[in-house]
Design a protein around this ligand. Sequence first.
Ligand code: ZN
Length: 305
Amino acid sequence: MDNEKNNPPICSYEDSDYQTSFWDKGGREYEDRVEAVALKRLLPKGGRLLLELGAGAGRNTPRYTGYERIILLDYSRTQLEQAQQRLGRSKKYVYVAADVYRLPFINGLFDVATMIRVLHHMTDAPKALEQVRNVMQADGTFILEFANKLNLKSMLRYWLGRQTWSPFTPEQVEFASLNFDFHPKTVRNWLTSLGFRVEKTLTVSHFRMGILKQTLPTSLLVSLDSILQWTGALLQWTPSVFVKARGGSRESAPGDRENVLAFFKCPECGHAPLGNNRTYLLCPKCRNKWEIKDGIYDFREPGNG
Ligand SMILES: [Zn+2]
């Protein structure tokens, strides 16, 4: 039933120990802290409903203080289970396993969405960004981080003949399977064509080099990076770029933000609302069933029976 054209391949972190190996023990305190600085600068102080796309094990979630409710979305169920262990189960957090190319939410729902270290894995980035635009309310705030191909290291490597691809051309580069770097101008064009206005651009991780991270105190690098982040308004030569964009769907979702079940639509046929049978949500139109298990709404594959 699936065909590759409609469903781009997904980079799944299922059963991955990403949180432990990459963040907790991977020598990435510097990256984590400079991301926190950028997020704080771009994120509105508070709001009603925040969608965290690619939430993983919830590394950034505690930074979204001031939001009434946070929807953690990830393709990997095991990552969401780790997030649940970290954050607990409460009304404040809603855990959703789903595909960014087929978001299971009604149009115009969220006032804020964040997508950090996720576009990096998107074969069809414009398609994913369009989905995000649709589920955001008009004039919502979208915080997007992307990996930048036009970074100083890739420029040096290119000039020294150690890298075949050009960092200056607009197309994305897949430097490893399902790992993409993008040109900042291309990302801006995609956002603009979807009706977003880019309000702020910050460059992040200016000192992402092993030798610097090993020899200089992390706090010093974080302080310097914090200052240099503002230069992103003029030029973007860092491996990571954060953008604050405003925009969203022209439709507005019904005002009820209390009832979680009213948030969802069928990712297969787009129908809303879905019927609730406790262990699954049923689409009355296409009859697909979407599992609810251990506090996680699972929209990846329809259930049987
Ligand atoms: Zn359906």
